[in-house]
Ligand binder design. Structure first.
Ligand code: NAP
Length: 241
């Protein structure tokens, strides 16, 4: 098997993907900034990709049809609940960001029945649009990052700031002694958001490598019909526990 990173210009994306599958490619992942632009390409979208309005996986189904799926949500929830032992049910969750990554995790988070899911984004209108789109699934509200008030049990950073070595501008009052911070971003060093969380007294601060591994395992399952045991790769990458 060959699985490698390929940088494709947005205007060449659909042609590139069509060629990949025409040349017997089994499946692929797409990431920032392509998660929404490919939505109309597959013959079918999974329920979770349709709900998210974003996809990260393309695969062929048993009839050879192209299917778009989104494994980010299941990857995040598995890492949070099964590996990190965190509780979402009846907890106050803050989701920072309103891009492709945020879209993919809102429905799975609401399925876990939090007390409230607050989406805070630099551009308020994008957070508001997401809160409206998912309102039927649970208690979700939107705020501008600059107007954020109150504290939270779990803060998930789904902004692209970690890619630039920055952290979103968050008031220290968003944290209390029990708050857990989770950065979907990751790096071989602590990300700026993880450092910020530790400096401001978060109970725990983790990076998103565990989510990366779990969403990849779910994608592999869609391509090959085998769900990999992720313990070995977690250990190899130093993801605890
Ligand atoms: P995206 O669609 O480009 O969205 C970017 C988001 O970040 C937007 O909400 C944007 O706000 C916000 N943002 C950018 N710069 C900011 C700043 N300086 N301050 C505050 N907010 C800022 O990106 P994406 O696809 O959602 O990816 C977001 C992050 O999630 C990336 O770091 C990606 O690597 C990570 N991710 C990780 C995993 C994993 O498996 N661990 C999976 C998926 C994604 P505006 O709307 O105001 O522009």
């Amino acid at each position: 098997m060959i699985y490698s990173a390929i940088d494709v210009e947005p205007e060449q994306l659909t042609t590139w993907v069509a060629k990949f599958f025409a040349n017997a490619g089994r499946g692929l992942n797409v990431t920032i900034p392509h998660k929404q632009s490919l939505l109309t390409m597959p013959s079918r979208l999974s329920e979770r990709a349709r709900r998210a309005g974003a996809l990260n996986t393309l695969a062929r189904d048993a009839h050879g049809q192209l299917v778009g799926d989104n494994t980010d949500g299941v990857g995040l929830i598995r890492d949070l609940t099964e590996h990190l032992g965190l509780t979402i049910t009846a907890h106050r969750i803050l989701l920072l960001g309103a891009g492709g990554a945020a879209r993919g995790v809102i429905a799975p988070l609401l399925e876990m029945l939090p007390t409230q899911l607050t989406i805070a984004n630099r551009t308020f209108e994008r957070a508001e649009a997401l809160a409206k789109a998912f309102a039927a699934l649970g208690p979700v509200r939107a705020t501008a990052l600059a107007d954020l008030q109150g504290s939270f049990d779990l803060i998930i950073n789904a902004t692209a700031t970690s890619l630039r070595g920055e952290a979103p501008a968050l008031p220290a009052s968003a944290l209390d002694r029990r708050t857990v911070c989770y950065d979907m971003g990751y790096s071989d060093q602590d990300t700026a958001f993880v450092r910020w969380a530790r400096e401001h007294g978060a109970a725990r601060a983790c990076m998103g490598l565990g989510m990366l591994i779990e969403q990849a395992a779910e994608s592999f399952y869609l391509w090959r019909g085998v769900r990999p045991n992720t313990a070995g790769i977690r250990a190899a990458l130093g993801v605890s526990p």
